[in-house]
Write a protein that binds this ligand. Structure first.
Ligand SMILES: [Zn+2]
Length: 257
């Protein structure tokens, strides 16, 4: 198995929930008062049978009008058309923007050949259009695409389990991938940064902050005991890490994998 972090860069987001690219080398934090700064890392996993994308980023394009996500997949040595599985932790815009690409003023699926895996409740919530964290037009543009709507927890294919977690948002899911001797946990926004394993806290951006904190503790314990490599979607330091614990899963150390 090969794992790649497809870094989409850094962004600021203000109260209007608009994401603006932020280049730490040329932009200044002070010019964007009241903004939250985030880093975005979708992931690509190559197994013998599948080429898997885990969450799709904001869907920004490069200077040649190409999806950054597609370009990053090419840079890793693969063709975006060869992606077989798109696994979605949840559908907030910073994770689902790259599901579609705008061509000639129209939104088209970014991975028309792939099987997409989405929690049914998450899809319905996003389609209801009641939260500005979801962009309904993305989901409408996925008409005709192969989507498997999963419910609760279960096994998708041999070696890939989805688990309804519901801390960050009610229908959030995490993925446990155990293939070819490598164990990978994609925690999405339940486990967005290594820092959240190192320091325990309740985060404001989680719907159920206490639950999300408890889940992180559980995931850290399993990762350290069973050797799950963790993928950190919003990490600014390193995006792929291994977890260890000296005190049976109370406190953790995370090192780049
Ligand atoms: Zn997020």
């Amino acid at each position: 198995m090969e794992i790649f972090a497809l870094g989409e860069g850094s962004y600021s987001v203000d109260s209007t929930k608009k994401f603006i690219p932020f280049n730490p080398e040329t932009d200044n934090f002070k010019d964007r008062p009241g903004s939250l700064f985030i880093h975005v890392n979708p992931f690509l996993i190559k197994t013998t049978h599948d080429l898997i994308v885990l969450d799709t980023g904001l869907g920004f394009k490069d200077t040649r009008d190409e999806l950054l996500l597609h370009q990053n997949i090419r840079n890793a040595g693969f063709d975006p058309d060869d992606v077989t599985l798109v696994l979605m932790s949840h559908l907030h815009y910073d994770h689902s923007g790259g599901l579609v690409v705008e061509r000639n003023g129209k939104l088209e699926p970014s991975f028309p050949q792939a099987r997409h895996v989405i929690q049914k409740g998450e899809w319905e919530f996003g389609m209801a259009g009641k939260s500005s964290s979801y962009h309904k037009e993305i989901f409408e543009a996925l008409q005709g695409v192969d989507i498997t709507f999963v419910e609760g927890s279960g096994e998708l294919i041999s070696g890939i389990r989805y688990e309804l977690s519901g801390g960050h948002c009610p229908n959030h899911q995490v993925f446990w991938i155990d293939i070819e001797g490598t164990k990978v946990l994609f925690g999405g926004d339940e486990l967005p940064e290594p820092e959240q394993l190192i320091r325990k806290f309740i985060a404001k951006y989680d719907m159920d902050g206490r639950k999300a904190m408890q889940l992180r503790q559980e995931y850290g314990k399993l990762a350290s005991e069973e050797g799950w490599t963790c993928l950190f979607y919003h990490s600014k330091s390193f995006a792929i890490g291994n977890v260890s614990s000296d005190d049976g899963g109370e406190h953790f150390t995370v090192t780049p994998a």
